[in-house]
Design a protein around this ligand. Structure first.
Ligand code: F3S
Length: 278
């Protein structure tokens, strides 16, 4: 059985950068270091970081006094940052520059009088950081499934969660063009995401079965898995090699492997070795 790995599988630039910032902060040994929620949606990496002294808290009130708060690549809204400052936490900002750009674009749209629409998952931390950087409430639309929730406003400005597929953004724009006088769009989808999705689709078109590796809570990994399944290929989403089932590969000649933006290379390598050993 041959195994092919999709180009660009695994950590993206923003995740690598955030992890380096977090490791550096933890290794400085300058008091407690925390993140609000896991730094990335990958339990294996989060466990390694915990060994280095980076604790995960679910609420700012759980952070020890004087702790350093590492802002994850998803970013944080203004209210949370203000609360962190009031609590005396030191902020180390690891927000991905592409997420920052989406926040800035949304703010520009609001300042210029547009009703802001964010295409993305309503409860995703990145979307919360974008809506949380605005003065007024934005509408959040999860692609084609949420078109009924689009606002009726004369001027609508659109930004997108960085890991959404382009089709979701296009579906929202198409619908807005039917009902809105003025639509201004910033395509804030990150290039690493679109390339990863395209590479996964290309690979899925030529192999017998796809294995998508990444955290079960990772939205971009789940999306990769959905895209591979939409091609009609058998596709499985696993976190580690332990979950592989030999029956998935019976009678198959070529297996494709890809990984989400928060999947470390060592886990992808483990999976490839395990499949090759079957
Ligand atoms: Fe940033 Fe794109 Fe990764 S937005 S965190 S480089 S997927």
């Amino acid at each position: 059985m041959r195994v092919a790995v999709a180009p660009g599988a695994g950590f993206c630039f923003g995740v690598k950068r955030a992890l380096k910032i977090a490791f550096d902060a933890a290794r400085r040994g300058d008091g407690a270091v925390v993140t609000l929620g896991p730094i990335i949606h990958n339990p294996q990496v989060v466990a390694k970081l915990e060994e280095e002294g980076l604790a995960v808290v679910q609420n700012l009130s759980d952070a020890p006094a004087g702790a350093t708060l590492v802002v994850r690549s998803h970013g944080l809204g203004r209210a949370v940052l203000d609360e962190a400052a009031v609590r005396g936490l030191r902020i180390v900002d690891a927000t991905c520059p592409f997420v920052k750009q989406a926040q800035d674009r949304a703010r520009d749209l609001e300042r210029d009088g547009y009703q802001v629409v964010v295409v993305g998952e309503e409860r995703h931390p990145e979307v919360l950081s974008i809506t949380g950087s605005l003065e007024e409430a934005a509408s959040v639309v999860d692609g084609p499934g949420g078109l009924e929730d689009l606002p009726q406003a004369p001027r609508v400005g659109v930004v997108c969660q960085t890991t959404q597929p382009l089709e979701h953004l296009k579906a929202v724009i198409d619908r807005l063009l039917e009902s809105t006088g003025e639509v201004k769009v910033f395509n804030t989808i990150c290039r690493a995401t679109s390339e990863r999705q395209r590479n996964a689709l290309d690979l899925s078109a030529r192999v017998d079965v796809m294995v998508v590796v990444g955290g079960k809570d990772s939205a971009n990994t789940r999306r990769l898995w959905e895209l591979c399944r939409e091609t009609g290929r058998d596709a499985y989403h696993i976190e580690t090699a332990d979950e592989l089932e030999p029956s998935w590969f019976e009678g198959k000649e070529e297996v494709g492997v890809t990984g989400g933006a928060s999947t470390p290379q060592w886990i992808i390598d483990d999976v490839v070795r395990a499949i090759e050993g079957m």
